[in-house]
Structure formats: structure tokens, C-alpha cells
Design a protein around this ligand. Structure first.
Ligand code: ZN
Length: 310
């Protein structure tokens, strides 16, 4: 069994509008934009990263805003909801804040004994805020949301699947344990994780397959400390029959990817080297960073990208 995974690292989704996306995560949710760079495979598209002060693993929501991309259709075989951890007693603040901003899909539910405020992102992305007691992760304090109500980081993700058995088995191999069941949901958790410890499986045998587009999660990444841990995880996955990519340098972490039996794309990402690799923590996310292999295209990229106003 794999023991090196420490929870989620990041969640990467697609959006239709970079400006709107940036405003939603920084001005409304109060996260910090910790990196403004471009898609490695399509350098005329932004890659935006939002998280805590330094972009700690387990706090990072990332987006590819593809202008004019059509909205995704929710369904099976995808991450259907990404949940953020907020302090106990803060959901009233959030309900008022999101209502005032005209955010869609607001719904308060109780799941696994936790209060959960569901809401939709700008492209219909499924999100929730979950009150968590004793989450030691410091919310970003210099944004518009006071630290006492701010987002600690991810709590976990929900995957909607037609059949959860193979994915549950894979997650157990990755170090997760089943901790609860409720209705169509099975909750798995990692022990001694980074706080972003939960994966909920919602099994709906009759759900139509999702169609990816704006508002869809592209992949979910799990955290390992360093490259040695990543190689050990890679070997274990390959030995178990998974088709895993070679290690890819993503500038701020190293990544490997594999498609899971339920259809969701998983990544394993390293905590090293982190977002302070190429700019000071005080100025994270301010300048447009272009990966070295595309550096010669900077002038053209800057002309193509619509500037983001903070
Ligand atoms: Zn990723």
C-alpha cells in the first residue's frame, strides 16, 4: 500500500473568462492568486492558481480559462463538488456574502454530520464551504475576507461515479480509509494528511456521463512531499497495473498523471519546489510567468492574453 500521499495538492478546472474567474476567487472567496502563468500545452491560455498565502498544497484551486469554451454538462465520471474548509460558525457570514454577490445554487445541507453550504462558481462549478472545527491552516489574511471567517484550504472533493467499487479500491491502495457511509455517499479519508483529507464517492448508477467544459474539473491532484516519494508512488501504481505518465516538470511541482477506473483524471504532485520558486512570497501571482520552453513567445503571448485587472 502507498503511504506517501498526504491529501489533496490542487484541483484544476476550466473556465470561460479569466477576469471573471480571477474576481470570483480573489475578491469574493478571498483566496490569494499565487501564480499567473500559462498552460504548458497551450501557452496562449492562462493558468491561474489561487490558494493561501504561499500556495500550500491542499489549498490550491487552479484554472485554465479558455475563452469561448462551452459550459460543461455535469454527470458521472468527474469531480462534482470541491469543498473548502471554513471556521466553525462562519457559514452565516458566507451565506450573506454569497447571496449579496448573486452567487447561484446556494443551498445549506448537512452531510456526514457537517454543515455544508453549496454554491456554484461562475461557470456552474460545484463548490461547498464546510464548517470544520480546529483546522490549523491559516486563511489568507490580506484579502477581502477577514481571517476569522476565511477559507483554510480544501476539505475534500466529491466524485460522482456510476460504480464506485474500483475507485474506492484504488483510493484504499493510495492510503485512504473508508470512514463513513450515508445514502449514496461513501467517505474516504487519509490519516495524518495536510487538512485536505477527504474524498467522497457519490455512486449514481444511472447518471449520464459528464461532458467536460467550462465549470468542469479537469483533474484532481494528490500531494506527496518530494520527488523521491513521487517515484515510490509511481512505481507502486505501475506495479499495480496503472498507466502512469512519466514525471513532468510543472515548474512549481513535479507531476504524474493517470486515468482512474471511474473516469476521473488523477495527478500526484510534489510539495517541492513551490510557488516561491520564481518570485518573492510578497509578490506571488503578480507578474505573468512564462515557462522557459515558451519564453521566446512572451511578446506574442502578452498580445493574445486579455489582461486581468485585480
Ligand atoms: Zn495539475
Amino acid at each position: 500500500m502507498i503511504t506517501q500521499i498526504k491529501g489533496l495538492h490542487h484541483v484544476t478546472s476550466m473556465a470561460a473568462d479569466a477576469q471573471e474567474n480571477n474576481a470570483f476567487f480573489t475578491r469574493l472567496l478571498g483566496l490569494r492568486r499565487v501564480k499567473k502563468t500559462v498552460n504548458f500545452d497551450a501557452p496562449d491560455v492562462y493558468h491561474l492558481y489561487y490558494g493561501d498565502e504561499t500556495g500550500s498544497a491542499g489549498t490550491i484551486m487552479t484554472y485554465f480559462p479558455f475563452p469561448h469554451i462551452v459550459k460543461g454538462r455535469p454527470g458521472s465520471g468527474e469531480v462534482s463538488e470541491t469543498a473548502f474548509s471554513v471556521p466553525e460558525g462562519s457559514l452565516g457570514y458566507w451565506r450573506d456574502r454569497l447571496t449579496l454577490a448573486g452567487v447561484g445554487g446556494l443551498e445549506e445541507v448537512e452531510q456526514f454530520g457537517e454543515k455544508r453550504l453549496r454554491f456554484l462558481g461562475p461557470d456552474g462549478d460545484g463548490f461547498a464551504l464546510v464548517e470544520t472545527s480546529g483546522d490549523p491552516r491559516a486563511p489568507y489574511a490580506r484579502g477581502p475576507v477577514p481571517a476569522e471567517t476565511g477559507i483554510h484550504g480544501f476539505r475534500g472533493v466529491t466524485m460522482r461515479l456510476r460504480d464506485g467499487a474500483a475507485t474506492a479500491e484504488l483510493l484504499k491502495f493510495m492510503g485512504y480509509e473508508e470512514v463513513a457511509r450515508e445514502g449514496t455517499m461513501t467517505r474516504l479519508a487519509i490519516r495524518d494528511g495536510n487538512g485536505a483529507d477527504l474524498v467522497d464517492l457519490e455512486v449514481l448508477p444511472d447518471a449520464a456521463p459528464a461532458r467536460q467544459g467550462a465549470g468542469s474539473v479537469h483533474h484532481v491532484a494528490f500531494a506527496v512531499e518530494d520527488r523521491a516519494a513521487q517515484l515510490a508512488v509511481r512505481k507502486a501504481l505501475v506495479d499495480a497495473g496503472a498507466h502512469v505518465t512519466p514525471v513532468i516538470d510543472r515548474d512549481y511541482f513535479w507531476a504524474i498523471y493517470f486515468r482512474t477506473p471511474g473516469g476521473v483524471l488523477f495527478e500526484i504532485a510534489t510539495n517541492e519546489p513551490g510557488f516561491a520558486r520564481d518570485e518573492d512570497v510578497a509578490h506571488l501571482g503578480e507578474a505573468l510567468k512564462i515557462p522557459a520552453q515558451h519564453a521566446h513567445l512572451r511578446e506574442r503571448i502578452e498580445q493574445l492574453l486579455v489582461p486581468i485587472t485585480d
